[in-house]
Design a protein around this ligand. Structure first.
Ligand SMILES: Cc1cc2nc3c(=O)[nH]c(=O)nc-3n(C[C@H](O)[C@H](O)[C@H](O)COP(=O)(O)O)c2cc1C
Ligand code: SF4
Length: 430
């Protein structure tokens, strides 16, 4: 057992070298087979690389789960314009801590994925946009990029192939909204990190107005393995609709929180009770947020039969998102938990859209009032109404992210809200 916990139920492809500092160096990376897939890809036709990724069924690991090969095929073939790849390393969703680990432990795996993806979409420049707080990870990555430049894996005429790809590591300023792909591009261009209205979509007009693909770190890190072994090989794990392995970030009230790489479709109850060693102090499970704070909360009963794949989590009543599993035991104060999430989104809202800017602030205020024992029963209807108006009405889905935890908690833990409201009424009456 290493890093700090490894389960024998894991399938460690992306995370195989987590915990081994030697894998960070170029020598260590080469010994681990890094850049072999790049050599193979450079001998393939660009379209064939895209087809292989399509065959694998790889879905974007940044949250939406969009098929990666399909996204790449949206890039124009002969646009005559510069194309760009943006690697999204902004990772700010509460409960998510996987991308930074890929960067910290195996940066050349990511660089290789960026190079292959750039080649496939015809991009000669890739920007890796790192979250501002990633001091250690971004310096490890910058050093790895420098070493890869010196060894001829990055830059002009890569390995004598005639293919040019430059990589720039860009450090953000620590804003959640810069993880949204168009906010990220605005930030890279030196503008305010505010999402853009779509269409146009990035493949048509993205960074600097040019055709652009944005992919998450984990998505790109999976690409060298797919190119090396083939798309069908990747499908031996996971389900038909969710092939491959996925890094699950587990936090909260389990005995062994951490990152675990598991085949998609893995049972949530096994993740909690086996891989993570069960609930702390022998407590009972109360609820699980399966995909980062933007998705609906599952009750303990709903988690019981939940399979951790895109379609399985939807069937259970939530979304897989970026597979950040937040586990809450019976001691959790649900209203406080939801208020803290709403406050996070209020703080991170970029303020362009009225429903998001005003709604997130009002929702936080109302939740605070209930938590403080000054709530009324009508507040629950107001919360549902306000969050409904915040859904599907804004430029990006940050606004919808407030609605998911608020509405699901009112539906599933209404008694907790009512207990606080009634206790407040009794205190008021006394
Ligand atoms: C508010 C908001 C924040 C986001 N933050 C991230 C992030 O930190 N990292 C990420 O990869 N995707 C994030 N996304 C999703 C990106 O917009 C985009 O879909 C993703 O980077 C695409 O990569 P993929 O296809 O490989 O998943 C965010 C989306 C929204 C709406
Ligand atoms: S929904 Fe919120 S975060 Fe997204 S663009 Fe509108 S105001 Fe900004």
């Amino acid at each position: 057992m290493a890093y700090p916990y490894v389960s024998d139920r894991e399938v460690r492809i992306l995370s195989k070298h987590f915990g081994d500092p030697a894998a960070r160096t170029l020598e260590g990376a080469l010994a681990n087979g890094r850049y072999e897939a790049l050599k193979k890809a450079l001998e393939m036709d660009r379209g064939a690389v895209i087809e292989e990724v399509k065959t694998s069924g790889l879905r974007g690991r940044g949250g939406a789960g969009f098929p990666t090969g399909v996204k790449w095929s949206f890039m124009p073939k002969d646009s005559g314009k510069p194309h760009y790849l943006c690697c999204n390393a902004d990772e700010s969703e509460p409960g998510t801590f996987k991308d930074r680990e890929i960067i910290r432990w195996d940066p050349h795996q990511l660089i290789e994925g960026c190079l292959i993806a750039s080649y496939a979409i015809g991009a000669e420049h890739c920007y890796i946009y790192c979250r501002g707080e990633f001091f250690e990870a971004s310096s490890i990555l910058a050093k790895a990029v420098e070493d890869a430049y010196q060894a001829g894996y990055v830059g002009k005429d890569i390995l004598g192939s005639g293919v040019n790809v430059d990589i720039t590591v860009h450090i953000g300023a620590g804003a959640y909204i810069c993880g949204e792909e168009t906010g990220l591009m605005n930030s890279l261009e030196g503008r305010r990190g505010q999402p853009r209205v779509k269409p146009p979509f990035p493949a048509a007009a993205g960074l600097f107005g040019m055709p652009t693909t944005v992919n998450n770190v984990e998505t790109l890190a999976a690409v060298p393995h797919i190119v090396e072994h083939g798309g069908e090989w990747y499908r031996q794990w996971g389900t038909e609709k969710s092939p491959g392995t996925k890094l699950f970030c587990v936090s909260g009230h389990v005995n062994r929180p951490g990152n675990y790489e598991l085949p998609l479709g893995f049972p949530l109850k096994d993740l909690i009770h086996d891989v993570c060693g069960g609930i702390r102090d022998g407590n009972a499970l109360k609820a699980v947020i399966p995909g980062g704070s933007s998705v609906p909360i599952l009750s303990a009963e709903e988690s019981e039969e939940c399979a951790l794949c895109y379609e399985g989590v939807i069937a259970a009543g939530s979304m897989l998102g970026c597979a950040s599993v937040i586990v809450m035991d019976e001691t959790t104060d649900m209203v406080k938990q939801v208020r803290r999430m709403a406050y996070f989104y209020q703080h991170e809202s970029c303020g362009q859209c009225t429903p998001c800017r005003e709604g997130s602030a009002w929702v936080t205020k109302i939740l605070r009032r209930i938590e403080d024992g000054r709530g009324k029963e009508e507040d629950l209807e107001t919360l549902v109404e306000v969050t409904t108006q915040m859904t599907g009405t804004t430029i990006c889905v940050l606004s919808d992210s407030v609605a998911a935890p608020v509405q699901s908690s009112i539906e599933k833990f209404r008694d907790e809200y009512l207990a606080l409201i009634r206790r407040g009424e009794r205190v008021g009456a006394a």
